[in-house]
Design a protein. Structure first.
Length: 501
């Protein structure tokens, strides 16, 4: 009886964060049930096609987890390789993209089934049925083809994550990821889900706004054990919104301090939740090794925040978040979404003005601007279609929808060029502030004067004939500046304004 499950994780741009946590989570119940598991990560395996061909010779099934965008191209190529080498092996897709658009994903002949949503138990039951030679009818959370038709089984009830085993970190070659990444790091999720309902976010569609979290004791014991066992320098907590339960978040930090296992860690969060913590509680986060938090601030225009359905986001909280994190020695990354439907130039100017003021007051704050990207399943797709955005109609068409891909009809031509120039002024102003701050030998008045023309332009919406940019060498400097960073880790993702919008 074949009992080997082969997983593939398509490569993505930039160095890998670590082994794909989604596949390690899927592997754990399979291993407990007696299955063998092989994981092929395109980020560290040099010859993916040959690796797949070799591993599936004795495989029961082949699983792929993927996100929207370029990862789909590699997923398709891998599935076609399996079809050529072992046409009898079922190809199962899962992850965010297939769960959000299952019908489109199942249309090609190289995909046999989709595991929707939380996949650990659905995939385990699927593998058990395949090993027993039985059909896949009635497996909750599974979509498959039957007699030429796509059949969606009912949703599987969400399982409390505390009832699921620890992801199978024993399958990871940490040395390989350290060579690719430059440090020993892993991803770890203490929770899934976020209670908020931002109109641009797929999280609410995927997790239905449910917060499903490990107990404090489990997080502290597992993380410290893994750090010691694999000699890790850093852990990226992959939670959608780490401090949803503020008391739990603080308890985790204090538990890590008590364990006296030193490592650095990063999270993403919303500013309102951090502002519910006292200064002492935020300092406890920093004391435990938390050194970076990515915040989904998105805009500093209250009108745009209302359009985004971010009722929890307040401008005052952004200032307070910067103050609290700076006091605790924690870097703060503020994400900015540009081009959101209904955003005006006045809204952008207000966002750049406030964000620049925050950066002027608090040296720990950096920014990651991104063009609005319409991902599958988000609530505002009907509005986007009315505004002329073309929704991809096949799995292949979603390949060309990566983060930063500008498909917005209202942000083209002169409007787009004006936004890029505005963004250039904003980034250069903040770059000057960061590079001159702390240089006591520079007179304070001189440091302020360097950025004064840029701030004036941002306040007054004057962007033509950019003498200041030429004088300051903006063409050279902006190529050196990081313009987009990972919200989870703060790592650089690009250096080009053209890649942002």
């Amino acid at each position: 009886m074949k009992n080997k499950v082969v997983f593939f994780y398509p490569p993505y741009a930039g160095p890998p964060l670590g082994a794909p946590l989604c596949l390690l989570s899927l592997a754990a119940p399979l291993l407990d049930a007696g299955f063998r598991v092989s994981i092929i990560d395109g980020a560290v395996v040099p010859d993916v096609e040959n690796a797949i061909s070799a591993e599936i010779k004795d495989a029961l099934c082949f699983g792929v987890s993927l996100l929207t965008g370029p990862m789909i191209r590699s997923a398709i190529k891998a599935a076609r390789t399996v079809r050529q080498v072992r046409p009898d092996v079922p190809v199962i897709f899962g992850g965010w993209h297939p769960s959000l658009v299952p019908d489109q994903t199942l249309q090609p002949d190289f995909v046999d089934a989709i595991v929707r949503g939380q996949g650990e138990l659905t995939l385990l039951e699927t593998a058990q049925r395949l090993a027993e030679g039985r059909g896949l009818e009635g497996i909750r959370g599974l979509s498959s083809k039957r007699d030429g038709h796509i059949v969606h089984e009912p949703e599987r009830p969400v399982e409390n994550v505390n009832n699921l085993p620890t992801p199978a970190y024993q399958l990871v070659d940490f040395d390989a990821y350290a060579r690719a990444r430059g440090k020993r790091e892993m991803g770890y999720a203490t929770s899934v889900g976020c209670p908020y309902a931002c109109n641009y976010c797929t999280d609410q569609v995927f997790y239905k706004r449910r917060f499903n979290a490990y107990k404090v004791e489990r997080v502290v014991s597992e993380v410290t054990e893994l750090v010691e066992r694999y000699r890790l320098d850093e852990v990226a907590f992959m939670d959608s919104n780490f401090p949803v339960d503020v008391k739990r978040a603080v308890a985790i930090a204090r538990g890590l301090v008590e364990q006296k296992v030193r490592f650095r860690w990063t999270v993403q969060a919303s500013t309102d939740l951090l502002c519910r913590m006292s200064d002492e509680e935020v300092c406890a986060l920093g004391e435990s090794g938390l050194y970076y938090i990515g915040f989904g601030t998105e805009s500093a225009s209250q009108e745009v925040l209302a359009l985004m359905n971010k009722k929890h986001q307040r401008i005052d909280d952004m200032y307070e978040t910067a103050r609290k994190t700076e006091r605790a020695g924690i870097r703060a990354g503020f994400n900015v979404i540009l081009g959101y439907p209904g955003e005006t130039e006045a809204d952008r100017i207000e966002t750049f003005r406030i964000m620049s003021d925050i950066a002027r007051q608090h040296s720990n704050v950096g920014f990651s601007p991104n063009i609005f990207t319409p991902y599958p399943g988000i609530p505002i797709w009907p509005q986007l279609k009315q505004m002329g955005v073309l929704e991809p109609q096949s799995l292949e068409e979603w390949i060309d929808m990566p983060l930063g891909k500008n498909v917005l009809p209202w942000l083209q031509g002169d409007e787009l060029r004006r936004l890029r120039r505005m963004l250039e002024f904003f980034l250069l102003n903040n770059h000057i502030g960061r590079t001159t701050r702390g240089r006591s030998w520079l007179p304070r008045g001189f440091r302020q004067a360097l950025g004064a023309p840029l701030r004036w332009r941002l306040r007054n919406s004057h962007f033509g004939f950019p003498l200041e940019l030429w004088a300051l060498g903006a063409a050279r400097v902006t190529k050196q500046m990081v313009t987009r960073r990972s919200l989870v880790t703060g790592q650089p993702l690009n250096h080009s304004i053209e890649e942002v919008c």
